[in-house]
Design a protein around this ligand. Sequence first.
Ligand SMILES: N[C@@H](CCC(=O)N[C@@H](CS)C(=O)NCC(=O)O)C(=O)O
Length: 215
Amino acid sequence: MMKLYGYFRSGTSHRTRIAMNLKQLDYESISINLAQDEQLQSTFKAINPQGLVPVLETKDLVMFQSPAILEWLEETYPQPPLLPNDRAGRVRVRALSAMIGCDIHPINNRRILQYLRNELNVDESQVMTWCQRWISDGFAALEFLLDEDKHRGDFCYGNQPTLADCYLIPQVYSARRFKVDLSPYPNIVAIDKHCQTLPAFIEAAPENQPDTPTP
Ligand SMILES: N[C@@H](CCC(=O)N[C@@H](CS)C(=O)NCC(=O)O)C(=O)O
């Protein structure tokens, strides 16, 4: 069985879990506790020298970088497809995904926030302001693109979940965690609401993981 090294509230682990669930793939979850910096220990760095989750391990491969993992999943398990069958659709879904994966998520990642806190002595309310600023900025552009797409159904693109939804839903979770006002983004909120009714998304949610702390 495949092994997914991740953490319950890591957005990159969350997006990988959604894709694996949509493709109905079984995997063993191995928790790397980011709150305790387990990702920086030598045992984990021997698996991923970058010290970041997720890592997906099969009997032949050790894969890191969630965009690469998602593309590998799509190529290896094409059903159901998470990319449209036309080139224009694929470039759109990849662009929506990259807006989140390249331009929103990385600057609000734990190591960035820890650097702000511990090296630059930024206080917690300023850290929240930082996260809110960059998530809002990215969501404003995403909202515009979603709104202008008149062929869109319940998801980011068309009527089926795509990689863009795998990226969006964890970013909405993170936005709520950082208390971003989501009222200017009704299309994003509606997509999130719809996805939250689907088992693949529910089972991938941070609150439903084996390493979710008990309240
Ligand atoms: N580009 C990488 C980013 C991975 C990443 O940033 N993972 C976060 C969790 S969402 C992490 O491991 N953070 C640990 C840290 O910041 O120390 C990917 O998409 O896999």
